[in-house]
Design a protein around this ligand. Structure first.
Ligand code: FES
Length: 170
């Protein structure tokens, strides 16, 4: 974006200062960098959504688009907020991917009225259309054999085997 002359405000959230990565690299690229930690051990304290609220509501910032990349729960709450603020939002659904080849079925999500697979159809999607609750619930179920069996009953044979990681081949 910088190479295209687009000014970008970057918000980075980490649990603690020790878990913060790429700060200098981000600072070099960002128009403005805002760092926040859950425990307040560095810079601001709180979630990234609180920074967005502060920038828009208190500092008069206006944004054409928001790009959210990180844990599903963060992207869910970012999208709820940006929908309220009227900011189009793109999310990257890498966290639900397992094999990344379209074979395992782990990344099946609902976007609007459509079923999509993050690794084949994305991973970027309109965050305001993604059903995060379903995706996160599904992500949890996918971790156990029982959960995968339930999903298979509900959704059919979305797991074709071959990922070698989720145990669905057994
Ligand atoms: S990660 Fe998309 S089908 Fe496996």
């Amino acid at each position: 974006m910088r190479e295209h002359g687009i000014s970008v405000d970057v918000i980075v959230g980490a649990k603690t200062k020790d878990l913060l990565i790429l700060e200098d690299a981000m600072r070099e690229q960002a128009g403005n960098l805002y760092v926040t930690t859950d425990d307040g051990s560095y810079e601001r304290k709180g979630m990234v959504t609180e920074v967005i609220k502060d920038l828009v509501n208190n500092q008069g910032k206006q944004y054409d688009v928001c790009v959210a990349i990180g844990p599903m729960i963060m992207m869910k709450f970012t999208c709820l907020l940006t929908k309220e603020l009227g900011i189009p939002t793109v999310v990257s659904l890498n966290p639900v991917m397992v094999d990344g080849t379209g074979m395992c079925g782990a990344c099946r999500i609902t976007v609007g009225d459509e079923v999509k697979f993050a690794c084949v159809d994305g991973p970027e999607f309109d965050g305001h259309k993604v059903n995060f609750d379903e995706a996160m619930k599904r992500q949890m179920m996918y971790k156990s054999e029982e959960g995968r069996a339930i999903l298979k009953t509900r959704e059919g044979d979305t797991h074709h085997g071959g990922c070698g990681q989720c145990g669905g081949d057994n």
